[in-house]
Design a protein around this ligand. Sequence first.
Ligand SMILES: C[S@@+](CC[C@H](N)C(=O)[O-])C[C@H]1O[C@@H](n2cnc3c(N)ncnc32)[C@H](O)[C@@H]1O
Length: 334
Amino acid sequence: MIISEYVRVLKARGWMKRNMPFLYSWHAYVGYELDLYEAFRKPKTVEEAAKELSLKEDLLERWVDVGLAIHYLKRTSKEQFKTARSFMLPSSKKDPRSTGVLLKEMMELHIPTLLSYPKLMQTKSKVKQTFDHQQHGPVVAETSALLEQVAYPKIAGLIKKNSMKKIIDAGCGHGGYLKRLSEVFPDLQMTGIELNDQVAKEAGSRCTSCSNIKVECADALSYQPQEKADCVMINNLLHYLSPETRIALFRQMALWLTEGGMISVITPIQHSRHGKQFSSVFNSFFAAFENLYPVPDEEELKIIADSAGMTITDFRPVVKEGGWYFLTMERIGD
Ligand SMILES: C[S@@+](CC[C@H](N)C(=O)[O-])C[C@H]1O[C@@H](n2cnc3c(N)ncnc32)[C@H](O)[C@@H]1O
């Protein structure tokens, strides 16, 4: 074989191998969507499972084959199969806390958008895709909440250290942070502001048992609190706002604060020291939509803080590999 032919084969082999991890996500996505891991929780034949779930038997057989190859399924007899390693796999779709929702967002929203890049880039007109907040709002709010577990202690620490009495969560999603905080700080007065009515309704019903939480369906940009707060949280919201709107919102939020009050932010950071792969591809996704915006870099955050008369007083990673940071802003001179 001549050298160039050999290199060509090596390259092709390289791409095949690099694409291998996709197989695991694909299998888990299909398994979650159709609740197949649940169906195979007890040993079953393909025929039985196909009948039970009204699925095409030949395609289910292919999915089972892949599952065996990647050890997500195991054979228990000649004809029967069972879910293996279920601790790693997404739990049933019926479980509202299933990590399958992340696979759903990745496969149905992120990957198709990234695949539209050649077409989007070539289009002469400035037209991009439009992100449908009503359609995707609930899924995005749920996937965002997956970060709570790791980010929550930072916020709880801030509240405790500064003996805060009242906080506002701008873009509270399903109210997960508020609910967790309520369990530890029953006297903390909390208001969640959420633009999407469906998401706000869900937040309200998840927080009904917490008398110290109030959820309002409102636009943070025009919101006027009745009372000032010691802290305004803004978690995973910046990609919804253009750079100019970010400045307007932070100026506004600074007015909601008591003396010595703070703004706390959780967001992926562009060009961050950690997690560049993640934040860069996240930004590629956002940039494909005319109504989403790349996440800021550290420099832009300094400008935002400055224009709100504040300064960044803490800045540290929450999820290093994801480029996700936690930061606080305080008023200069307070
Ligand atoms: C990605 S979710 C994050 C939810 C939550 N903060 C978290 O970190 O888990 C962002 C939420 O902000 C809401 N949102 C977007 N723009 C908003 C605005 N101008 N005012 C209030 N909420 C807004 C969206 O509807 C969405 O539910």
